[in-house]
Design a protein around this ligand. Structure first.
Ligand code: SF4
Ligand code: F3S
Length: 103
């Protein structure tokens, strides 16, 4: 599962399309955690897609990650600012790749 304390245990190594990237990142095998309020561990995500289907405000967008061992696309929390903290995505992700930090 995603480490809920990633903001302490990891370093922000950059930003992609306005979404924070938390390392370590070594493409294609290591993609790190993306997002802050809504965070997705790209190294755990296996592209189930439930988060994209169920988020009522469409926070997530597919991004391609060719060559990643778990899946070749990931759910990027591109519109995390829109999140209403309903926690649906956290509940439906089969591999607990998502952390939402209300407040
Ligand atoms: Fe979308 Fe709810 Fe998850 Fe926020 S907590 S990203 S609103 S499903
Ligand atoms: Fe990935 Fe979980 Fe969404 S596996 S696509 S973060 S439901």
């Amino acid at each position: 599962a995603i480490d809920p304390n990633f903001e302490q245990s990891r370093e922000q190594v950059g930003e992609e399309d306005g979404v924070a990237v938390w390392g370590p990142v070594e493409p294609p095998e290591k993609q790190g955690i993306r997002g802050t309020h809504v965070a997705v561990d790209f190294d755990i995500c296996l592209a189930d897609g439930a988060c994209l289907e169920d988020c009522p405000v469409d926070v997530f967008e597919w991004v391609d990650t060719p060559g990643h061992p778990e899946s070749e696309r990931k759910a990027n929390p591109a519109d995390e600012d829109q999140c209403i903290d309903c926690m649906l995505c956290v509940d439906v992700c089969p591999v607990d790749a998502i952390d939402v930090d209300p407040g």
